[in-house]
Design a protein around this ligand. Structure first.
Ligand code: GRF
Length: 222
């Protein structure tokens, strides 16, 4: 007989019972960058609506015309700005425009929620320790593109997702929170990614709350 956890099994660490931002704090302004579907963007917007995090999203930046993320923004009344990378001479030029836009909206934290572009020091230096990424693996395993396929190829039996601070090296900054899920023998990239995404939608807002509390600590005079 094969014993295996059911497909909803997950483990989230660190465990956060109530990591809400204090309601007396000013809402944190999140600038979200997304390239495609935008389900993680939507999950953050929903967490704000549910009162899980005391934040607001003044702007969504997207780089692909027709990205579903932009449609989601319109439906929620969130402003969106298209910065099409094809119109910039290099990555730095795009990042300069991103920084300018984020400053225009007075953003506190930058969230890469399915942002499929490599970021440069132009963006990282403008928002030190204030850029968060979500990646569909348990880092440091399976960095870079096709993380779900990499996990299947490696025949791991557990994988998951990671919310981390962004540094220049891809998928390598300090880890804020992770969630683990089982991998089943019959999994395809689609079924496994769907299982991971359920957890992504839980932990992204929690990772934002952790980053915000760390920022608050480092900004508070001792
Ligand atoms: C997610 O799996 C995320 O981990 C990765 O890109 C995907 C974006 O999904 N960086 P969505 O656009 O938020 O639905």
């Amino acid at each position: 007989m094969t014993c295996r956890p059911d497909s909803t099994f997950s483990l989230v660490s660190p465990h956060i019972s109530d990591h809400r931002l204090s309601s007396t704090d000013t809402p944190l302004k999140l600038g979200i960058l997304a390239s495609g579907n935008g389900s993680n963007f939507e999950a953050v917007a929903q967490a704000i609506e549910n009162g899980q995090i005391n934040a607001q999203i003044p702007v969504l930046i997207y780089n692909n015309p027709g990205a579903k993320a932009a449609t989601r923004a319109v439906k929620r009344g969130i402003e969106s700005v298209l910065l099409n990378h094809r119109e910039y001479k290099n990555r730095e030029a795009l990042d300069q425009q991103i920084v300018q836009t984020l400053r225009q909206y007075d953003v506190d934290l930058v969230i890469l929620a399915g942002w499929m572009r490599l970021v440069t020091s132009v963006l990282i230096d403008a928002f030190p320790n204030r850029i968060i990424n979500i990646h569909p693996s348990l880092l440091p395993s399976f960095k870079g593109l096709h993380a779900v396929e990499q996990a299947l190829q490696a025949k791991v039996t557990i994988t998951g997702c990671t919310v981390h601070l962004v540094c220049l090296e891809v998928d390598s900054g300090p880890i804020l929170i992770q969630a683990a899920v089982p991998v089943f023998p019959e999994d395809t990239p689609e079924t496994l990614h769907a299982r991971i995404q359920v957890q992504e939608h839980r932990i992204l807002a929690q990772g934002i709350a952790i980053a915000a509390s760390q920022l608050h600590t480092s900004l508070t005079p001792s």
